[in-house]
Design a protein around this ligand. Structure first.
Ligand SMILES: [Mg+2]
Length: 362
């Protein structure tokens, strides 16, 4: 069998409210959708959001990387020889992890569909349901408290709170949210690199002393400041997760060796897709650390791949796949069912996505 065509299209999905972090504000969700076609008519779906502020990947850049560089390398290749196709993708160009992730996801989807099995089964999982947290954007404390309360009303029992915009007001943000939602919901915070190391240690200790019950703190300091991250991890009473500091299995090994984080947040868009994620999972399994499966602001196609992985591996103990929950419309057909906090995988082949009605692919 051969891969006969690589097509792309741009999917724009409206959000319920603007998505705001310490790094950026987004008014809509944008994904470059990739469709691989094989000579027997089987197709594979993949997608990637261009998150320039995090990965450096732009809409035009992802599309160009797929259409001009990586896609042509896959045309004519045997999709059943999955590992060989993934090797070609990895060596096809440096960086461009989002474009690689879109194609890697489409390759895994195509491979699983040719075999006729859901991806979770091929990963060795049982396909059980998983639960995601939901993100509250960084805003004035009262607005965040209202958003958190709405999330609890929607059935979420874990809330991820964006902070990192002024340590003093960050404390007030968490106080307002905890006061509003009560003791039951789990709260995790994400500073998106917004604090200095000393400031992070002081703020996290203050939050712990105030009894806010924070489950974990994600990426308190700049991504490249591994010494600073290690300093925060050593002095924080709250477990620290590395997100922007961990792009690859080698990064994960380095962070673990330097005791720079208590856990790793995996995102397919950072590590170039399913294979990179599985390699980080292997590092975590071997090291005995837990991982979070995270996501960018991204659509159900790539979130489906992350959901299948999350369900299959026991070391994935925290799940942050809330992109579909933040949208006011579901434009993707098939795939896992995103019902509030619950993600139900289904047993269709591949990652389950069957189409994107109305999307123009070329
Ligand atoms: Mg993060």
């Amino acid at each position: 069998m051969k891969i006969t065509a690589v097509r792309t299209g741009i999917l724009r999905t409206p959000l319920k409210t603007p998505f705001k972090t310490a790094q950026r504000t987004a008014g809509e969700m944008v994904d470059i959708v990739v469709l691989l076609e094989a000579s027997d008519g089987t197709v594979g779906w993949g997608s990637a959001p261009p998150t320039a502020k995090v990965t450096g990947d732009t809409e035009g850049g992802v599309e160009c990387a797929v259409r001009e560089y990586l896609g042509p390398l896959l045309e004519g290749r045997d999709p059943e020889d999955l590992e060989a196709c993934l090797d070609i993708l990895e060596s096809g160009m440096v960086r461009n992890t989002s474009a690689k992730a879109a194609l890697d996801i489409a390759l895994h989807d195509l491979w699983a569909r040719i075999i006729g099995q859901p991806a979770w089964r091929l990963f060795g999982g049982a396909g059980g349901p998983i639960r995601t947290d939901v993100t509250v954007s960084v805003n004035p404390p009262e607005e965040m408290a209202r958003d958190a309360l709405r999330a609890v009303d929607d059935g979420f029992d874990t809330i991820k709170i964006k902070v990192g915009v002024g340590a003093e007001i960050d404390f007030e943000r968490i106080k307002a949210i905890r006061d509003a939602v009560g003791r039951a919901p789990k709260l995790r915070i994400d500073a998106n690199q917004g604090w200095k190391p000393g400031e992070a240690v002081r703020t996290l200790n203050r939050m712990a002393d105030a009894g806010f019950g924070i489950e974990l703190a994600e990426q308190p300091v700049k991504s490249g400041n591994i010494d600073g991250l290690a300093f925060v991890t050593a002095h924080s009473p709250i477990p620290v997760a590395a997100d922007e500091s961990c792009w690859s299995p080698l990064d994960a090994m380095e962070l673990i060796r330097r005791k720079a984080a208590d856990m790793i947040n995996i995102k397919l868009m950072k590590c170039g897709g399913v294979r990179g994620a599985r390699q980080i999972i292997s590092v975590a399994q071997a090291s005995g650390i837990e991982v979070m499966m995270g996501s960018m602001l991204e659509c159900k196609i790539s979130a489906a791949a992350a959901a299948h992985l999350s369900s299959s591996f026991g070391c994935v103990t925290r799940i942050d796949l809330d992109g579909p929950a933040l949208c006011s419309a579901d434009l993707v057909e098939g795939g896992p069912e995103f019902k509030g906090p619950d993600i139900i995988l289904g047993s269709g082949p591949g990652f389950g996505v069957t189409g994107v009605p109305g999307l123009k692919l070329s």
